[in-house]
Design a protein around this ligand. Sequence first.
Ligand SMILES: Cc1ncc(COP(=O)(O)O)c(C=O)c1O
Length: 362
Amino acid sequence: MIYLDYAATSLKRVELLKYTIENIEDFDANPDSIHKLGRKSKKVLEDSRKEIADFLHTTTDKIIFTSGASESNNYIVNNFSNEDYEVITSKIEHPSVLNSLSHSKSNVIYADCEKNGVVNFDKIVEKITDKTRLVILQHVNNETGAIMPVKKLGEYLKDKDIWYHVDATQSVGHLDVNVEEIHCDSLSFSGHKLGGINGFGVLFLKKNLHNLIYGGEQEDYRRGGTSFVMGAYTLAKSLQKSVDERDYIKNMKKLFLDNIKFDYDVNGSVENSADHILNLYIPFEKNDFLLTYLDMHGICVSAGSACSAGSITNSHVITNMYDEKRAEHSLRFSFGYGNTKEDILKCTSVLNDFYEKNKGKI
Ligand SMILES: Cc1ncc(COP(=O)(O)O)c(C=O)c1O
């Protein structure tokens, strides 16, 4: 199989999984148990927290481990659910933001994005009123890779009494993410987007809010539940690897674009996007057909965010940038450390051949 769906989830890093199995004594016990095995797990958990905190340029007390970015995003939304509050976000956020906001008691105000896939700084700022308590913006869009002005917005919000949450699920590892420079109050991401195990996430929290999960004393009383040591370890060890792989992934994207031999358009811009994501408008065929066709050739891609896969609903992101028709003809290719030059050339040649065989009928 050729896997070009890294933005949905990265293929797992087998060497890290092997390490955890071969050294299972370090991961096996409950880190809150006071016996020797518990202490071993605790050490791995806390060493991982330190690596993650350093990577984000913050301290360990501000790092909470969660089950993923969805939980982290829901938590922030739920903490600011109040009839008297206004919340500002964009129409192209991930469903874990948009769908949780649809249950919020707050008045939610949505900003459109521009044709280039970016949510304009001014479009957010002009919506702020004295009732605004929360602003949520993603760092990188999961469908187009478009990079948002999160630093500029943070600079603007830093002295205001407004909580600023950044969803960095598609940027951590791919771009430099420094929470001090972004001036965010909270930031979320998941380990599995970088090669860590699924079901583990991080919430950077500058100041404590209400508890995420009431339970034991884990996460300094802020989120109860037995800790996921392997999740923490596999994420922490994937961070620097992701930085080292950036040039390689950038070249994969370039190779892909250099080898397409039919008319297409990039949704967004190659310049202002994270290198692992490429979203193409392919005028000659609808995405549901192309997705199935590529799958029959052993190639995995997506038409939108994985959370709506299975039913191929048209992307709310491409629809907001353009329209429904363009969304029906758009596919996301996303690259990662496991891709080879041959993978990329196979995918482009399957698409080119399909176009050549069918162009008379199109
Ligand atoms: C931008 C963004 N936010 C949040 C999430 C949710 O992450 P998870 O499914 O790991 O909770 C995703 C996953 O696709 C994402 O891309």
